[in-house]
Design a binder for this molecule. Sequence first.
Ligand code: C2E
Ligand code: MG
Ligand code: MG
Ligand code: MG
Length: 276
Amino acid sequence: MVKKQGGDNYIVYNQEIDNIIREEQKLEIELENALDEHEFYLLYQPVVDIATGKTQGVEALVRWNHKVYGKIPIITIIKTAEQSGLILDIGKWVLKEACQQNKKWQLEGYDPIIVSVNVSALQLDHPDFVELVKKILEETELEPKYLELEITETVAMENVTENLKKMKQLKEIGIGIAIDDFGTGYSSLAYLAELPIDKLKVDRSFIKDVPECADSMEIVNTIINLAKSMRIKVTAEGVETMHQHGLLSKTGCDLVQGYLISKPRESNYIEQKFLA
Ligand code: C2E
Ligand code: MG
Ligand code: MG
Ligand code: MG
């Protein structure tokens, strides 16, 4: 029932909120079923060495193919999955599936590459996260150096004491750590220098405006120099044009990822086109 609390606008507003909440509850229930029904799958986007074009790794990106509604944009799911806590189960599935696929490629005789997996705040905050990753590596028999975890800059800068401890533990196991969407958060440089990280991923929003916007190019350069001074690698995300690629290779960027190279694709496409 809609309460009459003043002007018509107010009532409409209430109904809208109501609808949004109902939709979110529906999505939550659907998400719970999706894991059991095997409606999730992974796509892989190649990350290549800018100088040689050789595939250094792939980023695993989750997709949901709903039995009735079809493919649903992932960003809406991740948000709901985080709010409801379902991201823990989904994230666990993603991690295992990605490690399994990478091991499978190795067993099939392809040159080993690194698989990168996105980790949400809730996963990293979980007290057993490090143990879980260890267990999955054991189960899938993937060597830790072939797994990289992507933690967004924003998440890395939260709960600094706890996160630093966990990142160090992951690093000790031999897993790679990349800071994702770099440049969009508010990093403390002092803290960043303390993090046991292997890579910065320059956020797509900066690459998008290269070369039209001189400021964006400057920011990209600054991030590349920052990575160099930390003696870690840097990946440019969202590279779409040859022009961007050319400018990035001149600035000393190490790795590129984006539609210019390939959109995220199924594992069999990756092995045909990007593995040797
Ligand atoms: P992200 O980790 O920064 O992933 C990169 C996103 O940029 C992907 O979107 C990819 O498809 C898109 N992208 C790559 N190259 C280009 C390009 O050249 N142009 C354009 N326009 N887009 C490009 P996607 O797959 O929709 O994922 C969006 C975000 O959702 C990811 O951002 C990540 O934060 C999150 N996500 C995806 N899969 C997972 C997952 O398994 N677990 C968690 N926790 N988050 C995930
Ligand atoms: Mg990522
Ligand atoms: Mg990213
Ligand atoms: Mg991003």
